[in-house]
Write a protein that binds this ligand. Sequence first.
Ligand code: PEP
Length: 258
Amino acid sequence: MTDAARPCVIAGNWKMYKTIDQALSFLDIILPVAPKCDCEVLLAVPFTIIESAAKKAEASPVLIGAQNMNDASEGAFTGEVAASMLKDAGAKFVLLGHSERRTIFKETDEFINRKIKRASEIGLLSVLCVGETNEEREGEKTREVLKQQLSKCLEGVKYEKGKLMVAYEPVWAIGTGKAATNTIAEEAHAFIRGVLRELYGEEVANGMPILYGGSVNASNAATFLKEPDVDGLLIGSASLGAESFAKILELRQNRANT
Ligand code: PEP
């Protein structure tokens, strides 16, 4: 079970899916469910949806955020979006370092580090994604990779409460239908918390939510949430359907009263 010092966070990553109308219909279903659940709900939506979704979710506990941003404050970067623009559109958070950004768009830890610093300057919560490839796991390099990604991405990042979370997303589990086991997830999360302890000290490490992501669905979500260092979930495909996402949220229903 999640440590009382840490909130449970259920986040969805919509990737490059949904129109504004589809997003608003999704929210029609999710907005009445979210307040009954003992968790923070985050939705990382396409840029085009941020403003209308954020307006619709304004009076609710659902936070709308982005899936990426540029590290520069502004400038001649055709096609890019700045942190201040995300905030202006109503975003409260941004996913940074997702493996699809790292592999397809060749983003480096150094670039991600600059983005986290910019997001923090603007007041956006950064959800930093880290995780090893299958090859790295098989080569027993998981810890080394996680430590390197965390140390480089967080180098010089000052901790501010509520402005940083980590998502453990093993690359081999993303979009493959092959989720990690709860034991693998717990082992990686405990290791990540240890690295956070080295970087920020005991109190910060104990208070920072670490989410698991990779082929989570309504059938396997509960097994992860039982683990002591798994404070929530980052969900891709199963966050696209309002019914499947609601089922996952409902795992936390009335949790405070049980
Ligand atoms: C993701 O894209 O962050 C993710 C975890 O995807 P999926 O749940 O589809 O594996």
